[in-house]
Design a protein around this ligand. Structure first.
Ligand SMILES: Nc1ncnc2c1ncn2[C@@H]1O[C@H](COP(=O)(O)OP(=O)(O)OP(=O)(O)O)[C@@H](O)[C@H]1O
Ligand SMILES: [Mg+2]
Length: 238
């Protein structure tokens, strides 16, 4: 039996901002159905790697292949059409729109009836159903993250990119958001996620990537990275 093809594969990515290169040959790949977690210190290039995957900055070298398509330097709109959805680290909800309006914004590219998708998001995040007419800006941090993830689900993505979905959340909300992400993954969505809560996230990651200074430092299963004393000492707080 042949090995399955990766759903997403970054090879030797060089990219940055203006004239400044930040990623120096980053590699990343996931099979369909996997959760991949990117960890590493502040400024390592984690967000930049997600942005390079989602066509938000120019790759001067290397390639990004998604579901058999070469999407290197293709614009985000094109990638959304192919089934990729990105939830950025900041400013990821429309504060002055209601929860329901935020979800509707996520469906702006759809021409079909998407009411079942809104229902589906409310099944995953029941707390949002109760707050559906409230402005997203009035929600707790955890609920805002749920709105941002819910909005991304409105295009029925094959692959979702999440940049620190639990940043600033209490441990209780963090676990709840992780549980929902695992449920979304079990329903068939491949997930690439950047996380500062590295121990927890590597605990359920099929693949883990430790980045530092714009380069891959360690790549393995989440469990193997957690068990690696070098990774623990340098990147997981001992
Ligand atoms: N828009 C930008 N313009 C110029 N430099 C940037 C920009 N965004 C990030 N950088 C720089 O690129 C490097 C990597 O940033 P990146 O945001 O990818 O780090 P990160 O690993 O996501 O860190 P954090 O854990 O703090 O989110 C940093 O040195 C940062 O200062
Ligand atoms: Mg970041």
């Amino acid at each position: 039996m042949s090995n399955p093809e990766p759903l997403i594969k970054l090879t030797n990515i060089h990219a940055g901002y203006g004239g400044m290169n930040i990623l120096h040959g980053v590699e990343f790949s996931l099979l369909p159905g996997e959760i991949g977690v990117i960890v590493g210190p502040n400024g390592a290039g984690k967000s930049t790697t997600l942005k390079a995957m989602f066509g938000m900055l120019h790759c001067s070298e290397g390639s990004v292949i998604f579901n058999g398509h070469d999407i290197t330097n293709k614009p985000p709109e094109k990638l959304a059409e192919l089934g990729m959805a990105f939830v950025p680290q900041e400013n990821n909800v429309f504060q002055t729109l209601s929860v329901q309006e935020n979800l509707e914004m996520g469906a702006y590219v759809r021409r079909d009836d998407y009411s079942h998708l809104i229902d589906h998001v409310y099944e995953i995040f029941p707390a949002l159903k109760e707050k559906r007419n409230q402005d997203a800006g009035e929600l707790s941090g955890g609920q805002r993250q749920m709105v941002a993830i819910g909005r991304a689900l409105m295009i029925e993505p094959k692959f979702i990119l999440l940049d620190e979905p639990t940043a600033g959340l209490s441990p209780l909300f963090m676990s709840e958001v992780f549980d929902r992400i695992i449920a979304i993954n079990k329903a068939g969505v491949t997930v690439a996620m950047v996380e500062q809560n590295a121990k927890q996230a590597l605990g359920f990651a099929h693949k883990g990537y430790v980045l530092a200074s714009g380069r891959n430092r360690f790549t393995d299963t989440g469990a193997a990275l957690l068990a690696d004393p070098d990774v623990a000492k340098s990147f997981l707080g001992g």
